[in-house]
Design a protein. Structure first.
Length: 121
């Protein structure tokens, strides 16, 4: 999440490249597993595609992923949009169910989640 926040839209290969340059990452996931993680995360959206030439020379179209910037306006908002599967145990204790059904940490002095506040349906 923070890589996409800091660097903007990236392909799965771009995310893997940024992860490999970080010192605190033991093993970089494969592009296939990264693609699955990025597409299943509700904080991340596909924002376009990029033509990439593969090893054989043929061109392929790869999705560009970015943080959902309609909902997440600052780095501090990331914690309020996390799903329970990626929360720390302390964050899970603070999480509550919103009226929309999502389990999220609610912003201070609010009874609805950040997604409901910024993306009304």
């Amino acid at each position: 999440m923070e890589i996409l926040w800091d660097y903007g839209p990236l392909t799965k290969e771009g995310v893997a490249g940024k992860l490999s340059s970080l010192k605190n990452v033991r093993a970089v996931p494969s592009p296939h597993s990264l693609s699955a993680l990025l597409s299943k995360n509700p904080q991340i959206v596909a924002v376009g595609s990029e033509k990439v030439e593969n090893a054989v020379g043929t061109k392929a179209s790869h999705l560009l992923y970015d943080v959902d910037r309609e909902v997440i306006l600052s780095k501090d908002d990331i914690v309020y949009t996390r799903s329970p599967t990626v929360m720390t145990p302390k964050q899970r204790e603070k999480a509550q169910q919103c009226t929309c059904g999502r389990i999220r940490i609610l912003p201070p002095e609010s009874d609805i989640c950040l997604t409901c506040m910024r993306k009304p349906q």
